[in-house]
Design a protein around this ligand. Structure first.
Ligand code: ADP
Ligand code: MG
Length: 576
């Protein structure tokens, strides 16, 4: 059967309306080969086709058609499951599913990607139903294990279609066992589609476990042998280096010094990191021009950028504002001090060098817990990295800590950079490869040359090894900038009345109390004077006067004054 347009497929009106809304007319090659086999011949399929070839509709269209033929379903019946490796991908697929559901309203769908308690998802399934599930493997497995309120294993008895999208990524991200455990819950009578950008050896096992006599479909780009689909230019030498968090800065410094005659770009994950490390490196590297650019920088960005373009050698520290599109001539080295926020950003960063046929080098510095990223890039972006040994570098951290003890800008910027880095990590797209819980936070804090740990949720109730806070009064660290220091001192001074550690409210309260005490004393005096006829009474009066004098001069504390005066008043009271 030769199909060219969606009309040729005899689709139901709902599905066709969805396609029309997307504005598509003809099928892409992968859709043209996959849909008839999956939908008409009812075959399990294993589809390999490059990113961007239209795989999503290649499985969504047959899925909707199969469900429509088999409908109606009960509210709690799960008729189709689409498993995606990342939250972003799952969300993207769910958006397209929802677009079709506007025209096929008899089905319900749910997106299961974590980020909220399982109970929230379960409540939604019970309330709205979930005929089509779009899920990340981890969350889906959790849902199967959560059997108290909803028995998902019973709901999936009606399953007709299972899709494993981006199967290469699923495996590269270490989901094999999770997938196998999910497969155990699913009925054998179903149709399964496995979709990926590349066929890997590991996929064979998954195909054996999940598919029945699959038809393999492979759609290659017309003009490309498989190697040429590599996303980075062949003139680029691409390296990775594994280093401990507390040695990263020292190694970077050593590396940059060894490239003093070349032009280098160093990428960081956050503006605060660029700000901090450029400040520190400027103090440590005197003979190479060093500039920085990040997104929060408003002034002079254009000027700095055009200056760097003209440099023959020099260092530019930057965030991903510089990763896309910008064209800087003759960059010899692109160094990624922090990993990129996603795989494609890696390619964009590297794209700053080896442009238009020129040679160039790229290096990504990874922490030991991040080494799997190398494999991930290979599968995901077809980028192969070569390992480079870290150069021997003297430990620069003690020196930077020393600088921070004398320079408040370094001390404060360091803390800001550290906090922003942890935030970046927490929100990382590849949250299975980059997990905060895998970070050695002590070493990391040391690597940022922190003098003490900042207060933040990630560090709460944690006892960190590998980090010793410096014992000193941090308030005494001055700004080098005279004006800034003057301002800071002034502010501190304004705050001194409250330096006792008391709040403004408490201070007001104490003041009022002091006034009341004074009045009470005056009253007592008056009364005593009127009644005074014994030497003890006169001695009492003199004692009260001395007490008040001492208190006014600050020789005794408010508490002592209150206690002694009140004791006296109480005695009086008891006497009455
Ligand atoms: P893949 O999953 O293979 O990476 P997608 O399914 O995400 O690719 O599709 C890539 C892009 O192509 C999307 O923007 C999608 O909207 C578009 N697309 C898909 N099918 C068609 C089609 N038949 N005609 C035109 N564009 C299409
Ligand atoms: Mg896809």
């Amino acid at each position: 059967m030769d199909v060219k347009t969606f009309e040729d497929l005899n689709l139901s009106p709902g599905t066709l309306s969805g396609i029309k809304e997307l504005g598509f007319n003809s099928l892409t090659p992968v859709q043209a080969s996959c849909i008839p086999l999956f939908l008409t011949k009812r075959k399990d399929v294993a589809v390999e086709a490059v990113t961007g070839s239209g795989k999503t509709l290649a499985f969504l269209i047959p899925m909707f058609e199969i469900l429509l033929k088999r409908a109606p379903f009960r509210k709690n019946d799960v008729a189709a499951i689409i498993i995606s490796p990342t939250r972003e991908l799952a969300s993207q697929t769910a958006e397209i599913v929802d677009l079709f559901l506007k025209h096929i309203p008899q089905f319900t769908s749910i997106l299961l990607i974590g980020g909220s308690p399982v109970s929230v998802d379960i409540a939604q399934i019970m309330e709205k139903g979930a005929n089509i599930m779009i899920a990340t493997p981890g969350r889906l497995a959790d849902m199967f294990n959560h059997t108290t309120t909803l028995k998902l294993s019973a709901c999936v008895k009606a399953l007709e279609v299972l899709i494993l999208d981006e199967a290469d990524k699923l495996l590269a991200m270490g989901f094999e066992r999770t997938l196998n455990s999910i497969l155990c819950y699913l009925p054998k009578q179903r149709q399964t589609g496995l979709f990926s950008a590349t066929q890997t050896k590991e996929m064979e096992d998954l195909m054996r476990a999940g598919l029945r006599n699959p038809v393999c479909i492979s759609v290659k780009e017309k003009d490309s042998a498989s190697e040429s689909s590599q996303k980075t230019p062949s003139t680029l030498s691409n390296f990775f280096m594994v280093c401990e968090a507390d040695m990263k800065l020292s190694i970077l410094l050593q590396f940059l010094k060894s490239k003093s005659n070349e032009k280098c770009m160093v990428f960081f994950s956050t503006c605060a990191s660029v700000d901090y490390f450029s400040y520190v490196l400027k103090e440590l590297i005197k003979n190479i021009p060093l500039i920085s650019i990040h997104g929060k920088m408003k002034k002079n960005r254009e000027k700095i950028f055009s200056n760097f373009k003209t440099y023959e050698c020099g260092i530019l520290l930057c965030t991903d504002v510089m990763a896309r599109g910008v064209d800087i001539p003759d960059v010899h080295w692109v160094i990624q001090f922090d990993p990129p926020s996603c795989a494609s950003s890696f390619v964009h960063r590297c794209g700053r060098t080896a442009r238009i046929g020129k040679t160039g080098n790229a290096l990504v510095m990874l922490l030991p817990n991040e080494e799997t990223f190398v494999n991930f890039l290979d599968v995901n972006q077809k980028v192969k990295l070569e390992e480079m040994n870290a150069p021997l570098a003297p430990d620069i951290i003690p020196k930077v800590k020393n600088m921070a003890m004398k320079n408040r800008a370094i001390y404060e910027k360091g803390i800001r950079a550290f906090v922003s880095y942890i935030r970046f990590y927490t929100k990382h797209e590849c949250d299975l490869l980059f997990r905060v819980k895998d970070l050695d936070l002590g070493k990391l804090a040391n690597g940022y040359a922190l003098l003490k740990l900042p207060k933040m949720p990630e560090l709460k109730n944690k006892k960190l090894t590998n980090f010793e806070p410096i014992e000193m009064n941090f308030e005494e660290i001055p700004f080098k900038d005279k004006n800034r220091e003057k301002q800071r001192k002034k502010k501190l001074l304004e705050e001194t009345p409250r330096k006792s550690g008391l709040s403004e409210k408490r201070e007001k309260y104490l003041k009022a109390k002091k006034l009341a005490a004074k009045k009470a004393l005056a009253k007592k005096r008056k009364k005593r004077k009127a009644m005074a006829d014994t030497p003890e009474d006169l001695e009492d009066l003199a004692r009260d006067a001395r007490l008040l004098k001492k208190f006014k001069k600050g020789k005794i504390s408010k508490e002592t004054f209150d206690a002694e005066f009140a004791a006296d008043l109480n005695e009086d009271f008891n006497e009455v």
